[in-house]
Design a protein around this ligand. Structure first.
Ligand SMILES: Nc1ncnc2c1ncn2[C@@H]1O[C@H](COP(=O)(O)OP(=O)(O)OP(=O)(O)O)[C@@H](O)[C@H]1O
Ligand SMILES: [Mg+2]
Length: 587
């Protein structure tokens, strides 16, 4: 318990409240020397209605203008320059919370929101030195140790630890946003590392570039379970860490968004025939498995294995079908004759393409009825022999055109399992969506496949809280990420953002009062962030911790390396082979 209490007794106030609106105060500063020390982001305590409470505000703007009187006298007599005491010094600050010297029997406390509006003429003090230490002490003691999620240190007081409420951070989705190289992946790794200190964390990280393989068990400081969506090189003898997401996990819309050419005049026919054949295939499996209860209520979207070769065969038959003509001895084209040709060739092309092997060429065991429950256990369990609670899923070899589909299938299957789980036995899960702009675009820019992904993720963003399913959205282009998803996020770690469009996208999802604080976004250092949201008491600039196990995303030192290191011919040759194989050849 922090026993040091903030006190301004005997201190001359720096100024007085000049004007107030709902969220902001304007302070008239009398101490002109002190003004030079004040910086944007500093904290100011305003005397509250009682002697036991202070309203805390963050400096947004500092201005020095010649006062009206000076301007008037200047007009009369231009000889002298305005003296400091003839200056009008003002500070604009945003109200963030209330500090109580004593809270009932307990010591000092801080809570968000101003209890009352500051009154005109109330004295204001800059919080610095021992008072700053006392105030910061209250901030960190306010989060109980079992909920504390350490993020780093406050920029205004590097000795003070910045801790967030870990429950609140994940409860209602969070986002990590920042330009490329600002430190997002490092922040993700640092969060995972913190979570890994808990007994049963459950976090799944969707890794688009294979940069988190260094967090895997077996690597230095590694702790995570590593999975990789099988690439073309993994089809013959897939390793234990290879994941397949067989075609039968896809629902009707996802399958069609991949296979159907909507501009084809036969598209509705193709969709209809395909859907009914898939439904028949699933029914056959259920009958063979003796699952009569499921058979009574399944739909075409239920994840039940079926034989795609049988479907193709039947499509082929219908495409070439002829039926008896009106006159005896003649025949004519069947109902579907010639209407399915293009659909079949697209389906064949996809299923034979090795890049789509993880969908269409899964190993035989993944076509069994029980396989899905094994997959769900591998990905959702926190205590199984195959699962540590933190899992990295490497999507780096997934072709970009199916990326939204595959990511959304994975998210949907996990979410659905979580949804259908007994509420009392359900434990919370967080899905970290790195590089979210790649598969969760703004709806207006989305193609058919990305729209399906958006449907899935928007549903999770809207309903996930109730089922203990959280999203942590990470992106370097917040302006390209679905607004619906971002606006559902309640906590933000905003790192350096240089692009104006992205800055306004971030500001648009922040509370109005924070817009001033967000102005520093382009000025932040690497690994420095503005952290906002209900998990942190004081929205502020934080120097984030670096993880021990770092992602493989190190920024190259061009100039130095050009001065020191020559290229490796064997590596170039190996890269060409990797390109041909569509699988990384390790040299
Ligand atoms: N907290 C930190 N403190 C100091 N340096 C950091 C910190 N976080 C990241 N860095 C440095 O910044 C570089 C890039 O970090 P990172 O890979 O996390 O960027 P990113 O935001 O994920 O970029 P991208 O959007 O391109 O994936 C790293 O080389 C690392 O050295
Ligand atoms: Mg990154």
């Amino acid at each position: 318990m922090a026993s040091i209490v903030m006190s301004f007794e005997g201190e001359i106030p720096m100024g007085r409240v000049m004007s107030v609106d709902t969220m902001r105060v304007f302070i008239h500063v009398d101490d002109h020397e002190l003004l030079k020390k004040v910086m944007v982001g500093n904290l100011i305590a305003i005397n509250g209605a009682t002697g036991h409470q202070f309203l805390i505000s963050i400096v947004e703007r500092i201005t020095r203008l010649p006062s009206d009187a000076v301007v008037a006298s200047e007009a009369l007599d231009d000889e002298t320059l305005p003296q400091p005491e003839e200056m009008q010094d003002t500070i604009r600050a945003v109200l963030v919370g209330t500090y109580r010297v004593k809270d009932g029997d307990s010591g000092p406390s801080f809570k968000r929101g101003a209890d009352s509006c500051p009154q005109i003429d109330q004295p204001c003090h800059l919080i610095q030195g021992a008072n700053l230490t006392a105030f910061m002490g209250v901030l960190s003691q306010d989060v109980p140790a079992d909920k504390a999620l350490r993020l780093g240190h406050f920029a205004i007081d590097p000795t003070a630890e910045a801790v967030a409420d870990g429950d609140r951070f994940f409860q209602r989705h969070a986002a990590i946003l920042g330009s490329t190289g600002s430190g997002k992946s490092y922040t993700v790794a640092a969060l995972l590392e913190r979570a890994n200190t808990l007994s049963h964390p459950n976090i799944l990280l969707l890794d688009m570039h294979g940069e988190y393989v260094s967090l895997a068990k077996g690597q230095e400081y590694g702790y995570a379970e590593y999975f990789k969506i099988a690439g073309p090189g993994d089809l013959v003898a897939p390793g234990a860490h290879c994941l397949f997401l067989p075609y039968w996990l896809l629902n009707r819309e996802e399958m069609l968004s991949m296979l159907l050419d909507r501009s084809d005049q036969n598209a509705p026919n193709q969709a209809q025939v395909f859907t009914s054949l898939v439904s028949d295939g699933k029914r056959k499996t259920l009958v063979d498995e003796g699952r009569s209860e499921v058979e009574a209520s399944f739909t075409v979207d239920s994840p039940i294995p079926y034989d795609i070769d049988a479907v193709v065969k039947e499509l082929d038959r219908l495409d070439n079908d002829r039926e008896p003509g009106a006159r005896a001895g003649t025949d004519r084209k069947g109902e579907w004759n010639g209407k399915l040709t293009r659909f079949i060739s697209r389906l064949r092309a996809k299923s034979e393409d090795r890049r789509y092997g993880f969908l269409f060429q899964p190993p035989p065991e993944s076509s069994t009825y029980d396989w899905l429950s094994m997959l769900a256990v591998r990905l959702l369990a926190t205590n199984g022999e195959h699962s540590s609670g933190i899992k990295v899923v490497d999507f780096s070899e997934v072709p970009s055109d199916v990326l939204p589909t595959v990511v959304s299938v994975m998210a949907r299957v996990l979410y659905d399992v979580q949804f259908w789980m007994n509420a009392e036995l359900r434990t919370p899960v967080c899905l970290v969506c790195d590089e979210a702009h790649l598969y969760l675009p703004v709806r207006a820019d989305a193609d058919a496949a990305a729209k399906r992904a958006l449907d899935t993720f928007e549903r999770i963003a809207k309903e996930g809280r109730k089922y203990g399913f959280a999203l942590l959205v990470v992106s370097q282009r917040p302006s390209d990420v679905s607004k619906t998803i971002l606006s559902q996020c309640n906590n933000f770690i905003a790192l350096r953002l240089t692009n104006e469009q992205d800055q306004s996208a971030v500001k648009s999802v922040m509370p109005d009062s924070m817009a001033g604080i967000a102005d520093v976004l382009p000025l932040l250092d690497i690994g420095e962030a503005i952290v906002l949201g209900d998990s942190i008491l004081l929205p502020s600039r934080i120097k984030l911790d670096k993880p021990k196990a770092t992602p493989l995303s190190l920024t190259k030192n061009f100039w130095r390396e050009w001065g020191e290191k020559s290229s490796d011919t064997a590596a170039i040759v190996a890269a060409v082979e990797s390109l041909r194989r569509q699988s990384k050849v390790r040299v």
